[in-house]
Write a protein that binds this ligand. Structure first.
Ligand code: GLA
Length: 372
């Protein structure tokens, strides 16, 4: 029995009616970190691991949800935040309704499953939001609109002031392509991922504790820098010389953002030219800037990135996502993939004293209906 057929059968056993099935993937980000909320370009892609949802309307005004993390009945007329997965699910119902899709409040039965690893920085939460968004709107909202609504659910109902990158990659990803996404306009250029390369993720094992507060502070520094420079978003600053009027944290953050915008554009050109060494060098520079200027790395993550960067067969490596833990992403020569994974796994297990999680991520398709 396929996983989709199993999910369908579980639904029929738990609830009545016939469900539709939806999936939304996690994401990687090659380069363009901590620039989405500044209106800059990012280069994420969907991965081949997804949240799947079987769903049907129940017209009770409540969400009845079964997930691997637990079961819950969430009455939408008197829901209060819990600080856990339930906020993402109910938050999507509210964000959809606010955007005019009031059918999301009629009540649904949902069975949720996932192959997206949690806590390693591949946006399992964005995948959950997007998959639930498709389910609660019966597929009526998709693409960029769904990404915006999912971002709003996370900003307003979960309380994480994230940008649009994770939700957009999950909603709009294209198989075998990275997305060069302009986060100010949501214009998006698919960039073919080279066949000669692979993406390897190494979990640092460092939990993102207190990450939301620190992320909020970085975002505030960027907004302060933009305000002193007289722009709404830092990406609007055309001349890096303008930063001379800044000092302290706003200067460091703005220097990262403008540098990362340049590196992301250069990485797009290098990818198209097949210059994998060039892309790798930009990834290494991105890590250094995230560590020194954005100050979102940790000593362990710096050590892991350094280890990956010096491994034979790795073009470049850097921390990925919001930071303060999570994973390092490495761009790897396809022919050396198995050896790189084995080496990094052995070396990071030894260095960290824990079993290392190392895995290759293929670039998969974005969210949609699973047609059995
Ligand atoms: C987290 C956020 C994203 C983005 C990254 C940093 O993943 O959810 O919106 O800001 O951090 O690039």
């Amino acid at each position: 029995m396929t996983p989709a057929a199993t999910l369908s059968r579980r639904f029929v056993e738990a609830f009545s009616g016939h469900p539709r099935l939806w999936q939304a993937p996690g994401r990687i980000n090659l380069i363009g970190e901590h620039v989405d909320y500044c209106g800059g370009p990012v280069m994420p892609g969907a991965i081949d691991r997804s949240v799947t949802v079987a769903a049907a309307a129940n017209n009770t005004g409540a969400l009845r949800v079964h997930t691997p993390l637990g079961r819950a009945t969430l009455p939408l007329d008197r829901f209060t935040a819990n600080g856990d997965w339930r906020d993402y699910v109910a938050g999507m119902a509210f964000a959809l309704a606010e955007a005019g899709h009031i059918e999301a409040l009629q009540g649904h039965d949902l069975i949720i499953d996932s192959t997206v690893p949690v806590g390693v920085g591949v946006s399992s939460s964005a995948a959950l939001e997007v998959a639930v968004g498709l389910a609660l709107s019966d597929g009526g909202v998709s693409g960029a609109e769904l990404a915006r609504i999912a971002q709003r659910a996370e900003n307003d109902f979960v309380g994480m002031p994230c940008g649009i990158m994770d939700q957009f990659a999950s909603a709009c990803g294209q198989a075998s392509h990275l997305l060069l996404l302009d986060c100010a306009t949501l214009e998006c250029e698919p960039v073919p991922f080279p066949e000669a390369a692979r993406l390897v993720l190494i979990d640092s094992g460092v939990a993102h504790s207190h990450a939301t507060g620190a992320y909020r502070d970085r975002r505030a520094d960027c907004e302060a820098a933009a305000a002193s420079l007289g722009v709404t978003l830092l990406a609007e600053v055309a001349d890096p010389g303008a930063l001379d009027s800044l000092s302290g944290n706003p200067l460091k953050r703005a220097r990262h953002v403008l540098g990362e915008i340049r590196r992301t554009r250069q990485a797009r050109d290098a990818l198209i030219a097949g210059d994998l060494a060039g892309v790798g060098k930009l990834m290494n520079e991105s890590h250094a800037s995230l560590s020194h200027d954005m100050e979102v790395s940790t000593p362990e993550v710096d050590r892991l990135a350094g280890l990956a960067q010096s491994t034979h067969g790795v073009f470049g490596a850097r921390m990925m996502g919001g930071g303060f833990g999570g994973s390092v992403i490495a761009l790897v020569d396809a022919e050396a993939e198995a050896e790189v994974c084995a080496q990094l796994s052995a070396q990071w297990s030894h260095a960290s004293g824990q079993d290392a999680t190392v895995f290759s991520a293929a670039i998969g398709q974005g969210a949609g209906e699973i047609v059995p």
